[in-house]
Design a protein around this ligand. Structure first.
Ligand code: SAH
Length: 242
């Protein structure tokens, strides 16, 4: 039996002896692209039951069957961090979702701000990017990609106990990042679009009791860079990098 190096996300319960039917795409990937055959091993996760080593029981062109044999990792939840970002151009939005999944966001929320150009997003495509990132980075959890919502609406329904790290380009160059002494617990990061935040948005955000406005250094970063930089800072100060 080949050692399991291939990781696959399946939307199916995983447990000892559980059989998992494969759809056409999964069968194509495992048997045509990766050249696995009956008896070979593959690692599976579903975002809930940890990581399982499974064996190929049937390998066909249009489908197949796996059997879960041994739990290799327990489910590891990332910290309770949401990434809120204004969608930008397609490739850069894909990048933000991929990096947020790798960096350990629990939820990824595209938000429409005053200067956001995108009117809609492909939620299913972005979710697929989050799955792929989890497959690749060894994660056992897949962050949910939310539907596009207006920033005003998100703030109006804000959960009381969640802190917001507001990455405000107007603070670029001012005293730096996350101040010390902040409470751990539920947090969110907010990154604006290429055009930045409007003055109205900025005023509203600053007035909210759960907002912590931060600078990401003296240079203005592109939104995709800013998202990765902000998550790095947060993970270091309050997340699971400690
Ligand atoms: N067009 C704007 C910049 C937008 S950058 C301008 O020229 O001012 C896109 C987003 O990245 C910003 O809305 C902010 O959330 C984040 N960002 C980029 N650089 C930053 C910095 N130095 N400090 C804080 N946030 C920053």
């Amino acid at each position: 039996m080949a050692t399991a190096k291939i990781r696959l996300y399946v939307d199916h319960p995983l447990g000892q002896g559980q059989t998992i039917p494969l759809n056409r795409d999964q069968a194509h990937y495992l048997f045509a692209v990766m050249r696995l055959g009956v008896g070979d091993a593959v690692l599976l996760f579903n975002g809930r039951d940890g990581e399982w080593r499974a064996q190929v029981v049937e390998a066909g062109k249009r489908g197949g069957l796996l059997r879960a044999e041994e739990r290799m990792q327990d489910l590891q939840m990332p910290p309770d961090l949401w990434l809120l970002f204004a969608p930008i151009k397609k490739a850069r939005t894909d990048f933000i979702v991929e990096k947020a999944a790798e960096m350990g966001a629990r939820r990824i929320c595209p938000v429409q701000t005053d200067f956001t150009n995108a009117e809609r997003i492909r939620q299913d495509r972005l979710q697929a990017h989050a799955v792929e990132a989890a497959e690749q980075c060894g994660g056992t959890f897949v962050p949910e990609v939310c539907a596009l919502q207006k920033l005003g609406q998100v703030l109006a329904n804000w959960p009381k106990d969640r802190q917001l790290m507001f990455c405000d380009e107007a603070r670029a160059g001012r005293s730096s990042a996350l101040a010390g002494g902040l409470a751990k617990g539920p947090w969110a990061i907010l990154i604006g679009p290429e055009g930045g935040f409007s003055e109205v948005e900025r005023e509203r955000l600053h007035a909210l009791p759960f907002t912590h406005a931060v600078s990401l250094g003296p240079r203005i970063l592109r939104a995709d860079t800013a998202a990765v930089a902000a998550m790095t800072l947060w993970q270091q100060a309050l997340g699971d990098w400690q």
